[in-house]
Write a protein that binds this ligand. Structure first.
Ligand code: NAD
Length: 459
């Protein structure tokens, strides 16, 4: 597991150790022992499965590709987490992401544990037929450890509904007569997927900002009048004034987030910049997000990169370097691309007052500490980007019951769940000295520890 995750879990446990009302059954030496057990339980995965999939290519060559399934913790329910296809996939990365899923699910009271999978390939190097074979092999190799009540994979970077459809088909083939609809989530809607799943993460990411500024601060700020919390003071500057927004990444999460901001009826928002792996686009009067989305849909997900393309699209936008978006003078900056994009080398360039983590771990530990010092509000990944797993839970339930919810029902489930979590963490956040990330970890770890205690796992 990453040093960052271990450190924040340790800090959360240290804070809880000092709170006599938490796990009061444990006192003195027994309390010390219980808390040191907790750190080893939560900072170590239960299982790390690794295989080298044997894949015959269409050109006759046979290759071996490294594949992983890490099952971090199943205290709250079956392991749950995506399968990533990317060249950078390795055991440490998958383990770290699996632990993040444990914390995220416990924070939102989603009855799943934390897992993650990955295959170390660039999917663009393989034909459709070869990718189909790789998906089947993944299920064959890990069949014994996955399943609707054991471990339920979902899409992640480099995978989509198509790969989940293929994987579920293979699971059904290998396990005849066993319920299979809940074995994978993020499937296509025609294949027992859920309406609203594709948009769920981006909608939830935007909702986290909207709820903080509009629903929470607009209505409840008086309750915190005496708060000395520096993050509260930062956020308070923005609840009732026009908000400039930038979104890094224009894929599944980023494009939906940008559209939500563009169409928002609750806040006076203007999306002045979006970016992707090629370019940053900027217009201080606001970008035409629907036109950019149409363009991306027609161009393999990419934004326009030339003056000519922008002209032909009939919009107005300046072309800037890809990473310029990170240092723009904006009120709120969303991350929806990669991990580690804000680090010790560029943190001093960040000008936004509110940062929202749509991607997993876009801010490194060093950068996080510097931003917290400055009172920058960071809505952390485990809070902001849980929409995908919340709606995956709804898809899993629909699969088990063989019933279908409308998109409105699914969006309501998503927003109600996010609201419930934010109502739990925000009042304490504004009343205590911790940053929101720490506060979320403390809440999540409290739930996990309470369950471990009830089940007698601390002896
Ligand atoms: P995606 O592949 O659909 O989109 C990624 C976007 O990032 C693309 O627009 C790509 O061009 C852009 N990008 C890549 N490298 C970049 C760079 N160096 N600078 C700027 N932009 C760059 O992926 P997605 O599903 O939208 O996921 C985005 C992030 O959110 C990932 O980190 C993913 O792990 C995380 N996430 C996704 C979900 C989900 O449900 N899709 C859920 C939780 C977290």
């Amino acid at each position: 597991m990453s040093d960052k995750a271990t450190k924040i879990i340790q800090e959360s446990l240290d804070a809880l150790m000092q709170d006599d009302t938490f796990l009061p059954d444990y006192e003195g030496q027994e309390r010390e022992t219980a808390f040191s057990s907790l750190i080893s339980i939560l900072s170590t995965p239960n299982h790390v499965h690794k295989s080298f999939l044997r894949v015959p290519l269409q050109n006759g060559e046979v290759v071996r590709v490294p594949a992983y399934r890490v099952q971090h913790n199943d205290t709250m329910g079956p392991y749950k987490g995506g399968v990533r296809f990317h060249e950078s996939v390795n055991e440490d990365e998958v383990s770290s992401l699996a632990s993040l899923m444990t914390i995220k699910n416990a924070l939102h009271d989603v009855p799943f544990g934390g897992g993650k999978g990955g295959i170390s390939i660039n999917p663009k190097d393989f034909s459709k037929k070869e990718l189909n074979l790789i998906c089947k092999k993944y299920v064959q190799y890990f069949n014994d450890v996955i399943g609707p009540d054991k471990d339920i994979p979902a899409p992640d970077a480099g995978t989509s509904a198509r790969e989940m459809d293929w994987m579920m088909a293979e699971y059904k083939n290998i396990n005849p007569g066993i319920p299979y609809r809940g074995s994978f989530t993020g499937k296509s809607v025609k294949n027992s997927g859920s309406l609203g799943r594709r948009e769920a993460t981006g909608k939830g990411v935007y909702f986290s900002l909207r709820y903080l500024l509009h629903d929470f601060l607009k209505n409840r700020r008086d309750e915190f009048q005496t708060s000395e919390n520096k993050f509260f003071k930062t956020a308070l500057e923005f609840y009732d004034r026009p908000l400039s927004i930038a979104v890094q990444g224009f894929g599944n999460v980023g494009s939906v987030t940008a559209m939500q901001a563009y169409n928002c009826d609750y806040l006076d928002t203007k999306v002045i910049s979006v970016s992707d792996h090629n370019v940053t686009l900027y217009n201080e009067d606001g970008l035409d997000i629907p036109a950019l989305l149409d363009f991306a849909n027609d161009h393999h997900g990419d934004l326009p990169t030339t003056e000519e393309e922008i002209h032909d699209l009939g919009i107005s936008a300046e072309l800037r370097d890809r990473d310029d978006i990170l240092s723009l003078e904006v009120d709120a900056l969303f991350f929806a691309a990669l991990g580690g994009v804000i680090n010790k080398d560029n943190v001093q360039d960040v000008r936004a007052s509110i940062l929202i983590e749509g991607a997993n771990s876009p801010i490194t530990t060093e950068a996080d500490a510097i931003l917290a010092e400055q009172g920058v509000v960071i809505i952390p990944d485990i809070l902001a980007n849980a929409g995908g797993v919340i709606v995956s839970y709804s898809e899993w339930l629909q699969g088990r019951e063989t019933l279908y919810y409308s998109e409105e029902q699914v969006t309501k489930i998503l927003f109600d769940k996010m609201k419930e979590t934010m109502d739990r963490v925000l009042p304490e956040f504004f009343g205590d000295p911790y940053a929101l990330r720490q506060n979320c970890y403390i809440h999540s770890i409290m739930s996990l520890c309470t369950m471990l205690h009830i089940r007698g796992k601390l002896y």
